[in-house]
Design a protein around this ligand. Structure first.
Ligand SMILES: Cc1cc2nc3c(=O)[nH]c(=O)nc-3n(C[C@H](O)[C@H](O)[C@H](O)COP(=O)(O)OP(=O)(O)OC[C@H]3O[C@@H](n4cnc5c(N)ncnc54)[C@H](O)[C@@H]3O)c2cc1C
Length: 430
């Protein structure tokens, strides 16, 4: 049974992405006791699945590394992975959380040697790469995963592969008897940093995602561009050939009454960044076309937009793509629509453009339904900054679709609000 000491002076942070890590660290570095709960086997959230950051085009791994070092060094902060909150009761200064800890089947003895993975043969879709490739049934979620500890997929339990993994482990780290554990945690304040999930592109029927080959999403493209990703950093079509002429469709499912009404604000910048991946990988042979309603690149991002616009291999077509059809001969997608910039010019506005690969810039939506935890949410489902939420605060993309810079600022503000609650509790208790 896991022993956890938590009191009404503890801050619980739910979600271990960049925002949750930031909020937890800021509060712990103020001297507060903090528990960080992450549902996945490792920390990092969706940032760890990005290839490079806009606008600097640096790797997210640097910032992540610094945060991990701070986490390891801080004794006020306790991290639980594979931990999910199922219920919350109480009020500001006195909450109780019901938490389920799922079994990893691998204990602290693990040295991440990888022998268990070598021993098993079963494979499953790799969730870290959005299912673009397979991973073993015994696996390390990704290279930089924290904790650096393998995971046995629950589907392996009871199969000969589970026994093979156990037999191969030189440090006796595999415990196939592990089960779910239910624990209760006390907390004075709760920070929800559960982040975002990509809008389900399959719902946008006219774009044929999942039906038409070579139509993928922006989050998948991010993994494809990564050297550590499913294609080793190559931009590949379903037939294994290199994609040289790549189209990006903006607002795929966003700003649309049929799907997501809101603008995620990030997608334009993410696409501008991804056009630079095309050029980085393919040089002069790489061509990117962006189909857009309007480009939202504010403040300092405007410079980045201008830099991309100046690239002769990147073109922009002002149009909401009506639908995608398949060129059966080449298995390439054809984008159909009207080019609004040709309106009034006397030229035919209609186009039917064939590309090697199409990337749908899907919107960001909250990853959980916060209303079931008694939180006030806005029309899009993100946590409202409302006094009725008491000692519970949203951080990062749990509170809005934000870029990393803004998510981190927002998380720091939430940590401060939580620290204020704990100071009030401590003051009242003398
Ligand atoms: C295609 C694309 C490219 C992008 N590129 C950039 C970029 O270049 N630069 C930039 O600044 N921003 C970029 N972003 C935005 C960036 O991804 C977000 O700003 C960032 O992920 C926000 O971090 P977060 O911690 O708030 O959320 P997340 O990264 O979503 O982390 C949330 C964490 O909470 C965990 N969690 C969820 N539910 C639960 C639960 N019930 N219990 C416990 N844990 C839970 C999740 O597993 C996850 O670890 C991009 C976005 C998209 C869509």
């Amino acid at each position: 049974m896991t022993e956890v000491v938590a009191t009404n002076q503890t801050i619980v942070v739910v979600g271990g992405g960049i925002s949750g890590m930031t909020a937890a660290l800021e509060a712990a570095e103020c001297g507060k006791q903090v528990i960080l709960l992450e549902k996945n086997p490792s920390l990092g959230g969706r940032v760890s699945q990005l290839y490079k950051y806009f606008p600097k085009l640096c790797f997210p791994t640097c910032g992540m590394e610094i945060n991990l070092r701070r986490i390891k060094a801080n004794r006020n902060l306790k991290v639980f992975t594979m931990a999910e909150v199922s219920g919350v009761s109480g009020q500001s200064g006195d909450y109780t959380l019901d938490v389920t800890l799922s079994p990893r089947y691998v204990n602290e003895n693990c040295t991440a040697c990888g022998k268990c993975s070598e021993a098993v043969s079963s494979e499953f879709p790799n969730e870290f790469n959005y299912g673009l490739n397979q991973r073993k049934g015994a696996y390390l979620p990704f290279n930089m995963a924290y904790p650096q500890r393998y995971v046995i997929d629950p589907k392996l339990i009871g199969t000969p592969d589970a026994d093979k993994a156990k037999a191969a482990c030189p440090t006796n780290a595999i415990d196939l008897e592990m089960t779910d554990q239910k624990i209760q945690l006390k907390a004075g304040a709760i920070i929800w940093a559960t982040g975002w999930q990509p809008f389900d592109a399959a719902k946008i029927q006219p774009y044929g995602y999942g039906r038409i080959p070579n139509v993928i999403t922006s989050v998948e493209f991010e993994r494809m561009a990564d050297r550590m990703g499913p294609t080793g950093g190559k931009l590949l079509r379903a037939d294994g050939k290199e994609a040289k002429d790549i189209a990006f469709i903006q607002c795929a499912g966003s700003r649309d009454n049929n799907y997501l009404k809101h603008c995620s604000r990030i997608c334009c910048m993410a696409t501008l960044k991804q056009t630079t991946f095309v050029r980085e990988k393919l040089g002069e042979n790489g061509k990117a076309t962006v189909y857009y309603i309007d480009i939202r690149a504010i403040d300092r991002f405007e410079d980045f937009y201008q830099k991309v616009q100046a690239d002769k291999n990147v073109s922009f077509i002002k149009s909401k793509v009506a639908n995608i059809t398949l060129d059966k001969e080449t298995n390439s997608p054809i984008l159909n629509g009207n080019n609004l910039e040709q309106s009034g010019t006397g030229q035919d506005m209609r186009y039917a453009n064939r590309h090697d690969l199409v990337v749908l810039a899907v919107g960001m939506q909250p990853s959980i339904d916060f209303s079931k935890f008694g939180l006030k949410i806005n029309e899009e489902g993100f946590i409202d900054a409302d006094s009725s939420n008491g000692g519970m605060f949203g951080a990062g993309c749990a509170s809005d679709a934000l870029d990393v810079n803004r998510a981190v600022q927002n998380a720091t503000a939430s940590a401060l609000r939580a620290v204020q609650i704990i100071n009030q509790v401590a003051g009242a208790e003398g």
